[in-house]
Design a protein around this ligand. Structure first.
Ligand code: PXG
Length: 464
């Protein structure tokens, strides 16, 4: 306890961390040389590090702390649940009150006939569930050959073998390979890949790659299409308006399953409870995690439609599950989180207050000399950095270098704004106030100015 509340000097913590802690998606040699930033406390949208800096968190942790940090209610519920029933499983015909209540609440909130929840510990695990659940579904229906998943390049679905394979990040595939039966089509990323086409024509073309792929593979072999309503980790890529209606048409026409990976877009992020509502998508399955508990506890799941759930009934055991499926403490905390989102009108706050207020300032960044595109849906936004707005040119430097330098300026200015390649992204806690948006934007603009000046000075503001 002491080490957390009254911690060692930063340098000692960094040395211990480097010696014993292997970080995700990190070069530990580089980390050891430089020392990790040590976060010690957080409240609302504000983080405090071990040097006492107050940092505004423009990423809600990793896109998850939707209700903001430090809510006592969640701590109280966790403590109460640990005392009452800290653990029991949901295997072997048993259940418990938190899992029952949470499943029922999710079914109430989810659109359409998405009424059944299979719990997991994370988004990656939930997507692994989806692979097995969907293949088993087609099996039960008498179509065991329907096994192939179609997903998208630069999509992100986690980093387990299943999640990493569904995802279209080649740098993830490079470390450990892919599982079989997963193929990737192009992403609806007009800014980077749309060339001279209009966004609308490009969106349609990319959606039609799904139809072409189904025909190439044979519909009898295709199980499902999985996609994020908005690509998050890929750089907050919001598809052109033509994309999702065409995807829905194709999925309906060929009768394949549609999985909306709502791990980021779920629970208010886009100004509705689910991104599928914002983009008028009708999935058969939704993947959820992150905002389900606002990141206070690790929990995820798959929300499944009536038809799929009923198909499983009477077909024997579905041989799948996790020790922590529906973990009672995580479920109780998630339930309290959903109560707060609902009773405090946080989704409405995003839609009616925070988004419109942020949108005005975010889109005004289009005037900045290095910003080629500004995108924002609800409270997830991106900026494309470019040395030439007219041609949407890439920088001459290695991809991501300019983004990295810009992120470093943000960190120096006590703002967490991430980069994905040479795109800057934000996804702040949904409870952010208009005053806090002013702070976030002032720091973002200052960081962009400093990055731009640095690039000019170093001769790096040059097109490829
Ligand atoms: N699906 C989506 C759409 C995600 O964004 C996952 C699944 C996997 O969830 P878990 O809980 O297993 O991590 C995610 C997670 C990043 C970053 O750098 C994004 C995620 C995770 C870690 C880093 O933007 N998204």
């Amino acid at each position: 306890m002491n080490m957390i509340t009254n911690h060692l000097p930063t340098a000692e913590l960094q040395a211990l961390d480097a010696a014993h802690h292997m970080h995700p998606f990190t070069d530990n040699g580089e980390l050891a040389a430089r020392g990790a930033r040590v976060m010690t406390q957080a409240k609302g949208v504000w983080l405090t590090d071990s040097d006492g800096n107050k940092i505004i968190d423009g990423m809600a942790g990793l896109w998850c702390v939707n209700i903001g940090y430090g809510r006592d209610e969640l701590a109280d519920v966790a403590a109460r649940q640990i005392k009452e029933l800290c653990y029991y499983n949901t295997f072997f015909m048993t259940t418990h009150v938190p899992a029952i209540a949470l499943a029922a609440k999710i079914a109430e909130l989810a659109p359409g006939d998405l009424n059944h929840v299979f719990f997991a510990g994370s988004g990656s695990e939930a997507n692994d569930t989806n692979i097995r659940l969907v293949r088993r579904y087609w099996d039960i229906k008498g179509h065991p050959e329907k096994r192939v998943f179609i997903s998208r390049k630069n999509g992100y679905h986690g980093s387990t073998m299943g999640g990493g394979s569904l995802g279209g990040m080649t740098y993830i595939h490079a470390h450990g390979g892919l599982i079989d039966g997963i193929v990737h089509i192009g992403q609806p990323h007009w800014y980077a890949e749309g060339g001279d086409m209009t966004p609308e024509a490009f969106g349609l073309m990319r959606a039609q790659e799904l139809e072409a792929k189904i025909l190439e593979l044979g519909v009898e072999n295709v199980a499902a299409f999985i996609a994020e309503p908005v690509q998050g980790a890929g750089g907050v890529i919001i598809a052109p308006s033509t994309y999702w209606p065409e995807i829905q048409r194709i999925v309906d026409k060929y009768g394949i399953l549609l999985i909306a990976d709502e791990v980021i877009t779920g629970f208010g992020r886009t100004g509705n409870w689910f991104g599928s509502e914002t983009f008028n998508i009708r999935p058969h399955i939704m993947t959820i995690a992150k905002g389900l508990s606002s990141g206070y506890m690790p929990i995820g799941g798959s929300i499944v439609c009536d038809e799929i759930a009923h198909t499983f009934e009477g077909s024997g055991d579905f041989n799948h599950g996790y020790t922590y499926s529906g973990h009672p403490v995580a479920a109780a905390v998630a339930l309290e989180n959903l109560r707060i989102i609902q009773e405090e009108g946080i989704v409405e706050h995003v839609r009616n207050v925070a988004h419109p207020y942020l949108a005005e300032q975010w889109h005004s960044l289009a005037d900045h000399p290095m910003v080629g595109e500004t995108k924002l849906v609800g409270l997830m936004g991106s900026l494309a950095l470019t040395p030439n707005k007219e041609t949407r040119a890439k920088f001459k430097s290695e991809a991501g270098k300019v983004g990295f330098r810009t992120r470093e300026r943000c960190f120096a200015n006590n703002l967490v704004m991430r980069h994905v390649g040479d795109r800057m992204i934000i996804s702040p806690p949904l409870v952010i106030t208009t005053d806090e948006i002013d702070v976030l934007m002032a720091r973002a603009r200052k960081s962009l100015d400093e990055s731009y000046a640095g690039l000019k000075a170093d001769g790096m503001f040059v097109a490829a």
